[in-house]
Design a protein around this ligand. Structure first.
Ligand code: A2R
Length: 321
């Protein structure tokens, strides 16, 4: 039996690439001296894409037009704003992602980032290493005590964050487009309303056009001078310019950011601020969880080409037998 031809536009974990090699004929396009020419050469044979989050190009109309026999795009990560899933659906191409296997890891990191930001853990580490403890104690920090936390996007990961926060004895609220059944946290139909009611916002929605600049200058103003923004969603969810201004002017207290608008480039103004905590998009980035995500990516392709349908299709491309 011939092995399906699968396109890769950027590298993945070695363990994931080994598994792909076992089952498919994999075309590692970035290794070619002329990737565009190499892509054109293999294009008619390509039936699947294993799409890395570090792919230099989006999976959109321009790419679909090149690949007449494309059946499935198996994406790495739960977010798939690097795929035009609606367009894929219209062309009968299945899109899959890797939900659930990263919920706990991302939720752990979100809590770690929240506490690191409030209690200034990276700053106090830098303080000790610079020998400044020998001169005087580190200044007192802000606190998580008595805080009200608003989760923007109480989905799979948002719920895992809320579950952890319950253990901290803080008040929990959420905002989304719909109120959820069976959830006891306070629901806010508007983000502005929630920002006024809480003093920490944790963003964990998908990226893309629907959530672009959801957290804007008005929301930050409503959050207020003791306010903290934690972003583990996508850089595009926050108006980064408005955030920088709010941090500079004291409109909010501080921010903990794992994601940025133009990754891996981070605005120098943020880098120059000592009171914020900045991480290089590491929320799901443990060996354990990244391998789990890679396995699910492979499972989606394997299941599809065995005629059993995708394992985790995205809502825009539901699987109908
Ligand atoms: O709006 P709802 O009720 O459908 O709630 C979803 C919420 N959400 C939004 N909230 C406010 N405004 C919007 N325009 C909006 N669009 C979506 O985000 C839902 O509660 C949540 C997403 O949950 P899940 O689909 O279960 O995603 P999961 O696995 O929690 O991952 C969230 C995101 C990924 O897409 C990556 O961007 C990031 O976390 O790693």
């Amino acid at each position: 039996m011939t092995r399906p031809d699968v396109l890769m536009l950027a590298p993945m974990l070695p363990a994931t690439m080994d598994k792909l090699d076992e089952a498919f004929t994999v075309h590692r396009i970035w290794e070619a001296s002329d990737p565009d020419a190499a892509l054109r050469e293999v294009a008619p044979r390509i039936r699947g894409i294993a799409l890395s989050t570090s792919s230099p190009r989006r999976a959109d109309t321009a790419l679909f037009d090149l690949l007449p026999n494309l059946e499935i795009i198996s994406g790495f990560g739960v977010g798939y704003d690097n795929v035009d899933a609606r367009e894929a659906g219209e062309r009968g191409v299945i899109v899959t992602n890797t939900p659930d296997v990263l919920n706990d890891e991302v939720a752990d990191l979100a809590i770690g980032l929240l506490i690191a930001t409030l209690r200034q853990i990276p700053q106090s580490d830098r303080y000790l290493r610079a020998g400044r403890w020998l001169e005087k104690p580190f200044p007192l920090s802000a606190t998580l005590r008595e805080r009200k936390i608003g989760i923007i996007g109480l989905g799979r990961i948002g719920k895992a964050i809320a579950q952890r926060l319950e253990g901290f004895g803080v008040h929990i609220a959420y905002h989304g487009r719909t109120r959820q059944d069976g959830v006891t946290y306070a629901y806010h139909p508007t983000l502005i309303g929630m920002a006024e009611a809480v003093d920490v916002l944790i963003a964990i929605t998908p990226g893309g056009a629907g959530t672009r600049h959801l957290v804007n200058a008005d929301v930050l103003r409503a959050l207020g001078p003791q306010g903290v923004l934690i972003n583990v969603a996508r850089g595009s969810v926050v108006d980064e310019r408005a955030l920088i201004e709010a941090l500079k002017s004291g409109t909010i207290l501080t921010a903990g950011l794992d994601v940025f608008d133009d990754e891996p480039r981070v605005p120098q103004e943020l880098i120059d601020m000592d009171h914020v905590v900045l991480l290089p998009h590491v929320a799901s980035a443990s060996v354990h969880t990244r391998n789990g995500m890679g396995q699910l990516l492979v499972d989606n392709l394997t299941s599809w080409f065995a005629g059993k349908g995708p394992v985790t299709p995205v809502p825009e491309t539901p699987w109908k037998k």
